[in-house]
Ligand binder design. Structure first.
Ligand SMILES: [Cu+2]
Length: 308
């Protein structure tokens, strides 16, 4: 006799995050701190992506839809420390695309800050890991479980909103780049006592739907990719010298490869039927609902998968 509840829990773990991901867990100098959403604002989008047309001009671009600070705590670190965001449920970044960290200093307590001030890009990762930008493995965050970066040593001390973002570009050619972003609340000590960063951007405002790195077609043998969001900021406070935290320039990438003939996510965007163990329904789900095998059954009340 199979234990039904543990079987279902296993199915949820396998299926729910099959193709999507949430940066829900903070890491500090390589170690996990807290658990899901302890220091990262929870949003109402769960693991679903936000598409270009929904968020690029919306305040939801800051920390995702319905993000609330209600349960989030603020974690204290030092300037120069390494901080990261790990993905919920041991899943990975399962789409190709660029990753970013942007930071915005709260005027007071970050727990009551809405992110409407200046933002600074402090880290990015692009398609520089081998092959052209049409190749999934060229993207350095491909199948990573976490993204992490070093806080600039001379960033002003204070409370900051730290925004981790991955943009999946496999459907950019039809205007459906997928935005995955979460905001951590950090108190930074030991940084500079004055100055600010440059350049500053606003969110929304930092991206346009027509940006070449967002309306990107990975399927036509592209040879170059332009990182969205402008250059990495430098900080000019009265601390250590200006720190450049550039991980990846958005320049030309050569060695194009033949694009794959099919998209990886038939269950998400095809008109056909849903494969076994794939999502076929649930809260906010708009994809196909007919199972190729088995039948569509609800789990936990908020999504359904095809089960034999
Ligand atoms: Cu996905």
């Amino acid at each position: 006799m199979v234990n039904t509840s543990s079987l279902l829990a296993g199915l949820v773990a396998v299926s729910a995050a099959e193709a999507h991901y949430i940066f829900s867990i903070l890491t500090h100098n390589g170690k996990q701190v807290g658990t899901d959403y302890t220091y990262i604002r929870k949003n109402t989008n769960t693991y679903m992506p936000s598409y270009t047309s929904e968020v690029v001009n919306s305040p939801d671009l800051r920390c995702n839809k319905g993000a609330t600070n209600a349960a989030s705590q603020t974690y204290t670190v030092k300037a120069g420390d390494t901080v990261g965001a790990k993905i919920w449920n041991r899943e990975t970044i399962e789409h190709p695309g660029p990753a970013f960290v942007y930071m915005s200093k709260a005027p007071g307590s970050v727990s009551s800050y809405d992110g409407s001030g200046d933002w600074f890009k402090v880290w990015e990762s692009g398609p520089t890991c081998g092959g052209g930008p049409g190749t999934d493995t060229a993207w350095c965050t491909w199948q990573d479980t976490e993204m992490s970066f070093k806080i600039p040593a001379n960033i002003p001390s204070g409370e900051w909103l730290v925004r981790f973002e991955h943009i999946a570009i496999h459907e950019g050619h039809v205007g459906k780049a997928q935005f995955y972003m979460e905001c951590a609340q950090l108190k930074i000590e030991g940084g500079s006592t004055g100055g600010t960063g440059s350049p500053a951007v606003k969110i929304p405002g930092v991206y346009k739907s027509t940006d070449p790195g967002i309306a990107f077609n990975k399927w036509n043998n592209p040879t170059s990719y332009t990182m969205p969001g402008g250059p990495i900021a430098t900080f000019g406070g009265s601390g250590a010298g200006a720190v450049s935290n550039v991980a990846v320039p958005g320049g030309n990438v050569t060695t194009p490869e033949t694009p794959a003939p099919v998209v990886e996510e038939p269950a998400e965007d095809a008109a056909g039927s849903v494969a076994l163990w794939k999502q076929c329904g649930g809260s906010g789900y708009t994809g196909p609902t007919a199972c190729a095998e088995g039948s569509c059954k609800g789990i936990g009340g908020w999504f359904s998968i095809c089960m034999p």
